[in-house]
Write a protein of this length. Sequence first.
Length: 553
Amino acid sequence: MLMPLRTPRIALSSASCRMLAACLILGSAALHLAYLANNCPLDLAPDEAHYWDWSRPEHLDWSYYSKGPLVAYLIRGGCALAGSWSVEHTGNLALAIRLPAVVCGSLLLVSLYLLTVQVYRWEGLALAVVALALTLPLIAVGSSIMTIDAPYTCCWGWALVLGHRAIFRGSAWAWPLLGLVLGLGILAKYTMIVWLPSAVLFLLTAPAYRWLLWSRGFCGMVVVAGFCCLPILIWNGQHNWVTFRHVLGLSGFQDVIQPSDEPSIYWLGPLRYLGGQCILLLVYWFVVWAAAMIAHWPGRESDAGVRYLWWLSAPMFLLFLAFSPKTNGGEMNWPVTAYLSGLVLSVAWLARQFDDPRRWYRTVTAIYLGLACGLGLAITIFMHHSEWLYPILTRLAGEPTPTNPFPLRRLDPTCRLRGWRTLAAAVDGLRDRLKQEKGPEPVLAGGSWILPGELGVYCAGHPQAYSLGLLMGDRHSQYDFWLNPLDFGHVFQRRTFIVVNGDEKTLRAAFASVATTEVIHREQGQPIASWRLSVCRDFRGYFPQPSKIPRGF
């Protein structure tokens, strides 16, 4: 039987722990806001810009092609609250767009603190959970980048708190709130639905609480969560259930939609998945999480609260492990919520290691923990200011070559968040030149779904840009559901287009003339990214049909 956690000899009072945790959480939020407000070097990621395009007042909808509507409404709220201030003080909307991520990140940390206190009744441990969470790059990114993971992880964290309150404290009010939080989480990211079967598995394996499965509170929670999903169902019912087709493709079962020559099974997928999770958690925290999961295996753990943490962690991780042969390992962030209750469990397991009677073991544990925290903080700083290390990275990456024109991109993952303002400035220059010809406003378009949002958010006046990605073999996106030059070519006939990264052969078949230039973004003399800008005159009203329809629609 596992030894219970012991309060350290020098313990802070509960009030002191709460005060310190509040300082850490508010201080972290203040640092993120200061970073975003003071010439943040990282432009919006393509996903962020894409979601901002969803959030335009004319585009707000019940749901969207690949995601639920929550991220769009949160961004709309951030822009309504701080958009004018953001533009006035930073020159663009990035701070306002990312403001909800800062709020969601702070609320997530609060939920982890409360969850730890609920399970272990030790506020010092809860303070440690918050402090250690702040050393994880995963948490820092979630509080800086406004993707669906920010509200999704926040909702998962609060679902853990409310679920524990409803199950173990018998609070009737917690059940409907839990249903609401689950529903909001599903509106952010569909994998939120995994919370429910994970909780069911816990209740099924806990005889003392199994009766809750048919209780009024549990059933009411399911009804509330289901009601929150109606916007997604209504929108998909109006659009041939395309979201479900999209998710089916992501899960590796795209052959159900359309036969393909691609492999149906990736035998190295599980290894890629496990390797990705090790990288995501800096190896150390993945090992600690795995050790905690083994140590608190439900068959040997007597504490129901600890088993609750286990069951709300393991199923999510195992689900994506099971799918990894079909998804070739998938994306590293897919099982991220497995590590929320898993973090609480891991920190409690670590605390128990410091009770070991062997001094050398405690010393080694402290050293490894300190190194992991230091590494996490160093990576977090690097991700926010990688340009500080460009002199070193340049020597490691080597000089640009025709086959490798952007060597820094191999070492700096933030490169995909750099240069979009440079691109927008070049596009604005072309727009101004074309306006002098006394013609109508040129149409902006990109050769991929990732480009229109970046053009819209950073170009002067926030013009609506369009995606020509289907012509280039790109995947379907939300742009295919709005007015666009591919399906409504007659609306744009005889117009002049500025196309970013378009296929010149395809463009020449659709326009009377095409002139292409290149824009290169450099930092500290190093090339980071480039784009082809094509001025296409006199649109004929139609594009040549692609030889192969992209999959996933």
